[in-house]
Design a protein around this ligand. Structure first.
Ligand SMILES: Nc1ncnc2c1ncn2[C@@H]1O[C@H](COP(=O)(O)OP(=O)(O)OP(=O)(O)O)[C@@H](O)[C@H]1O
Length: 758
């Protein structure tokens, strides 16, 4: 590489020394050349995009190539734009005589085209960058020195070196930390309400998960603050880089617990130059809905039970009726009688076809029409009719309003929304479908909780129903076939014209028709849509993803899992969570219980053990709560101490006391964020007392899951514990949200696990 090997490589340079200043200047010079290169690439990508967009007309192949180029240059421009901050954050110096002596690591790869594509900057995801995250003094992997560069915009403000030499003292040895100074600086920064990427300081245990193979189901179990969310998002970026072809077509889905959380993590992937990922809550996975209705947790728990799949199947069967005992249909002034036996036979045949309800309907209707036709023919005198007459009668019956009404009564066309609404709104429907499957109390819960707004727990039920009902899209399909015929005819015409056109050289004609037959061309025309896989997936309920990542996976119900497994038939999944934090009654107690119905024991477990968020003083309190939980998990080791012990006060007038306490914490975190975590029952009162703003949030524990704040004020812990069967888990979650300070405001009974706080 162009950088000369550094004479000082075997010892860390002292800040403030002339050697240090000279080295900083050298790094600045190198980083400036990288930015200059980045600027050139931007200009070039913009120029190419502009040229492509200006072109019009041309051969079909040229048009197709143009579409591909437009997407390519637009994506490249977006990527080049996203890496501006912290473009280059690291450097590795290898032992002498290595292939490379120095490698710079950054957010994307930059190369010197004029010099045989010599790498100027290596993408953090490339295999050669790996030692930056893994090398240790004990296992240096050829690395002599790891350097973290600190920068502000385009200015290099400093660097931290680690000499990977067993003789050198390594402060982070206990926890096996890499780049400890840079890591601690990242962890000490004030929180802004948006998650930041960790690309410069990924730790070895995290790196192994981020770069694990694409296939199969991997569960990442880790205590609060161990970087599960960060790891999940960096894994998405890594997989897209490494399996670009495969994953850009099918897309990657990242599922998070609620929209607050999705907003919190929303910037991480774009900052890593990746925009092709669909971030969604379960409530957003049924196209056309954004199910944000709120319901009682007990009702959501019933909706999430696996037995609901049988309830829904029964509800569909309940709508496939037979006359009791006869249905009379008036046709051409005759009364036709549809008897129970005929309908039972037709229903049995339709059900045995195993087609979804709306598709099996055609079989049922056809059999019933046959029976009615025979009856009508008999009335008219069968002997007098020829085959054509019988066919005409059948066609008339098929067009008859009275017959249509009878069919609607016996086997109606159904939509998921319509059926679910009926099921929850009309008690007799629910009783018929669920009488033997759900208790009276459970059915009452479903009925009482139902109102106009769909809730997240309704979404897997709607999805299940969409599977059970199917869509009779025969008319749309016929229309699509007609359109395809027209497009094919057009394409054939285009190719024909090209072949006839003497202006076009033979060679060109050959190229066009060789590579592009009419069918393919028509197909390409359809694919020309500008949408990314993620955008198309968001609109298509039956879309299956190349990889599915689930965060806070412990919260999902059995019915949620059924929905997700349908979106991931290849079972390429990363599931991150913590069974000690499960808050929902229908959530996971063990990973095995959740996964065995789908993959048996074919899933692998990875664990994260180091807590990057919560300082040791606060984690000690949380660990006492963890010990009381019914889980076999050890508390994580915190990477840092703050010297600030968590504290507790008793308040007899919460509304009066809170504003002062919040002001005190705000000033203590000096520009950072404060969250007041409260039992749901007190939310409105606490909000009124505190007036949340940009730096102050008021949240229930459920909403705070996955988030973090510099200071946390936890209100009425006893009420949080008492509010649900998983109250202690909620307390554990609440205690582990703080990066710096924790205060507990007691209003009622003392919680034994918090006794040491006073
Ligand atoms: N290697 C790292 N470098 C810098 N910061 C890190 C690293 N790993 C984790 N962090 C930071 O630690 C904090 C906690 O990470 P994250 O939210 O991913 O943890 P989590 O395991 O998902 O927690 P929870 O279970 O509470 O949702 C975040 O601020 C994250 O940026």
């Amino acid at each position: 590489m162009s950088v000369s090997p550094d004479r000082e490589a075997d010892r860390a340079l002292e800040d403030g020394t002339p050697e240090h200043a000279a080295e900083l200047a050298r790094e600045q010079a190198y980083v400036s050349t990288l930015y200059a290169k980045l600027d050139t690439e931007r200009v070039e990508a913009q120029r190419r995009l502009d040229t492509t967009l200006r072109q019009t007309g041309g051969t079909p192949q040229a048009r197709t190539e143009r579409d591909v180029a437009t997407t390519l240059y637009s994506d490249r421009l977006a990527q080049l734009g996203s890496v501006e901050q912290g473009l280059c954050f690291g450097r590795l110096d290898f032992v002498p005589d290595s292939v490379e002596e120095t490698t710079y690591i950054g957010r994307l790869g930059l190369f010197e085209e004029d010099d045989d594509y010599r790498p100027l900057l290596v993408d953090w995801r490339a295999p050669v960058a790996r030692p930056f995250y893994l090398a240790t003094a004990a296992s240096p992997d050829g690395v002599r020195r790891r350097r973290h560069l600190r920068s502000l915009s385009r200015k290099v403000t400093g660097f931290d070196d680690e000499i990977l030499d067993l003789r050198a003292a390594d402060q982070g040895q206990d926890l096996g930390l890499a780049g400890e100074a840079a890591l601690l600086a990242a962890l000490e920064r004030r929180r802004t309400g948006e998650m930041a990427d960790i690309v410069a300081t990924i730790q070895a245990e995290q790196d192994r998960i981020i770069r694990a193979p694409l296939g199969g189901v991997m569960v990442v179990q880790g205590a609060p603050g161990t970087g599960k969310t960060a790891v999940a998002l960096h894994r998405a970026a890594y997989l897209l880089y490494t399996h670009r072809q495969q994953l850009t077509t099918r897309g990657v889905l990242v599922v998070g617990p609620n929209s607050t959380f999705l907003r919190y993590i929303g910037q991480v992937l774009p900052s890593l130059g990746e925009t092709g990922v669909l971030l969604a809550t379960i409530g957003q996975l049924y196209p056309g809905l954004d199910a944000e209705g709120v319901e009682r947790p007990e009702a959501a728990e019933v909706k999430g039970r696996l037995v609901m799949k049988d309830v829904l199947a029964a509800a569909v069967r309940d709508r496939q009726r037979v006359p009791e005992p006869v249905l009379e249909i008036e046709h051409e002034r005759e009364i036709l009688k549809l008897d129970r036996k005929t309908c039972v036979e037709a229903r049995t045949r339709a059900r045995r076809s195993r087609r979804p309800h709306n598709l099996a309907r055609r079989l049922f209707v056809s059999d019933v029409l046959d029976a009615l036709t025979r009856q009508a023919a008999r009335k008219l005198g069968e002997d007098l009719l020829d085959a054509q007459d019988v066919q005409d009668i059948r066609a008339e019956l098929a067009a008859s309003k009275a017959v249509a009404a009878a069919m609607t009564e016996l086997w109606p066309k159904l939509t998921p929304e319509g059926l679910l609404d009926d099921l929850f709104a009309e008690r007799e429907h629910l009783d018929r479908a669920a009488g033997k499957l759900l208790s009276e109390a459970d059915r009452a819960l479903l009925e009482s909780g139902h109102d106009a707004k769909w809730t997240p727990a309704d979404v897997p039920l709607l999805d299940e129903l969409a599977e059970l009902l199917g869509e009779d899209d025969s008319e749309e399909r016929a229309e699509r076939r007609r359109r395809e015929r027209v497009e094919r005819a057009y394409a054939e015409g285009v190719l024909h014209v090209l072949e006839q056109d003497e202006e076009i050289q033979d060679e060109e004609v050959l190229r066009v028709s060789d590579v592009l037959d009419a069918e393919l061309f028509a197909e390409r025309q359809q694919e020309r849509s500008e949408l990314t896989a993620a955008q198309r997936a968001a609109q298509d309920r039956t879309w299956t993803f190349g990889h599915v990542i689930v965060d806070e996976a412990q919260e999902l119900s059995a019915m949620d899992w059924r929905l997700l497994m349908r979106r991931s038939p290849n079972r390429s999944m990363t599931l991150v969570g913590d069974v000690a934090q499960t808050g929902t009654a229908g959530g996971a107690r063990t990973w095995d219980e959740v996964l065995s119905p789908y993959v048996d024991d074919r899933w692998r477990l990875e664990q994260l053990t180091v807590n990057y968020r919560t300082p040791a003083e606060i984690m000690a309190v949380a660990a006492r709560v963890l010990a009381e939980l019914d889980v076999d998990l050890a508390a994580p080791a915190s990477v840092r101490e703050t010297g600030v012990p968590p504290w507790s006060v008793r308040s007899t007038d919460l509304e009066a006391d809170l504003p002062g306490l919040v002001a005190q914490e705000l000033s203590a975190v000096d520009g950072g964020t404060v969250a007041v975590l409260t039992p749901a029952a007190r939310l409105a009162a606490v909000e009124a007392a505190v007036s949340p703003g940009e730096r102050v949030s008021v949240l229930t524990v459920e909403r705070a899951k996955g988030l973090e704040f510099d200071a946390v004020l936890l209100v009425a812990p006893d009420e949080i514990v008492a509010a649900s069967p998983r109250g202690l888990n909620d307390l554990y979650v609440a205690l582990t949200r703080a990066t710096q300070r924790l205060g507990v405001v007691r209003t009622g009974e003392d919680v034994p696990a918090l006794a040491e706080l006073g």
